[in-house]
Design a protein around this ligand. Structure first.
Ligand SMILES: O=P(O)(O)OC[C@@H](O)CO
Ligand SMILES: [Mg+2]
Length: 294
């Protein structure tokens, strides 16, 4: 989604319409060419990718979309908690001499507990021995001791503090139930207090869990100036179901997947990052970091 890119020159403005604009492909274009060189050259794909320094301090144009609000997923994205689910599910399946693999994990991630549980017992072929409800009870008892030890994912604190410090409204939309949310975040209360609001999996407005858009739409409505135009919202997610939920909500979405997740699950997102540390806010029209993390 590209708009007009205005290039300021000492004498006049050059209005540059992105000639490659098309609804089907999003080509990251950061155009900053010397006005003189630019004005005497036909605009080709190669010239558009040439870098030049504008003679005035023109801020780098957003190359994806211009974002005003950010919604964060939590498990696996802000908190390193997906490993707890994996550890516990592997232990339960081992009792049935079965192994827990990433193709099943990819389907379960991000979903409401009961929906993930049904997938787990059905696809593992143990539903005759263990009901989805009993699996949840057993899993929860094993997770109780792990959740309070949850660590932040790399770059989570830096990004949240940066956006909050720049006055960008941020919130969370998670599939996690309230009772688990409190356990998982108990070591990070101050950081999570920067959120304008939190939508949890047991929220009354969340009729269906991810990949349904309910959580992200509810989150968008609760901002001061909500509901926010979904085209101006950026979602950060780690799970295929969460990415699809953001797309279903009409929002922009960056995926930060576990490296063990097969790449075939990562094609739907607008951008895929290895870590939040690799996020460049200016590519989304947001204030850039002052620190040079890299
Ligand atoms: O929506 P998130 O925060 O990833 O929570 C999902 C969690 O319920 C387990 O996958
Ligand atoms: Mg997640």
């Amino acid at each position: 989604m590209f708009g007009q890119t205005m290039l300021a020159t000492p004498t006049r403005f050059v209005a540059l319409t992105n000639p490659f604009r098309s609804s089907s492909t999003k080509i990251p274009i950061s155009v900053s060419l010397f006005p003189e060189a630019f004005l005497h050259k036909p605009l080709t794909r190669a010239s558009v990718h040439l870098r030049f320094v504008a003679t005035m301090s023109t801020p780098a144009a957003a190359v994806y979309a211009t974002i005003t609000h950010v919604i964060f997923d939590m498990d696996g994205l802000l908190l390193d908690t997906e490993k707890f689910y994996t550890e516990v599910q592997e232990k339960i399946l081992a009792r049935y001499n079965k192994t827990f693999d990433w193709s099943l994990k990819a389907k379960m991630m991000g979903r409401k507990a009961i929906e993930a549980a049904r997938l787990f017992v059905d696809e593992s072929g143990i539903s005759d021995s263990l009901s989805a409800e009993d699996f949840i009870v057993e899993r929860e008892s094993m997770l109780q001791g792990l959740f309070p030890t949850s660590d932040l994912m790399p770059g989570a604190s830096r990004l949240l503090r940066h956006l909050h410090g720049k006055g960008i409204p941020i919130c969370i939309a998670t599939g996690t139930h309230t009772r688990h949310f409190d356990l998982k975040t108990q070591r990070h209360r101050e950081l999570f207090s920067l959120m304008h609001h939190v939508v949890r999996g047991d929220d009354p407005e969340v009729k269906e869990g991810k990949p349904a858009p309910d959580g992200f739409l509810a989150a968008s409505r609760r901002f001061e100036d909500g509901p926010v135009d979904p085209r101006k919202v950026l979602v950060f997610e780690d799970a295929p179901s969460g990415v699809q939920a953001a797309i279903n909500a009409g929002m922009n979405v960056i995926m930060v997947p576990d490296p063990r997740l097969d790449k075939s699950y990562c094609g739907a997102a607008d951008q895929v990052l290895a870590s939040l540390l690799d996020f460049k806010p200016e590519e989304w029209g947001l204030p850039s970091f002052q620190d040079s993390h890299n």
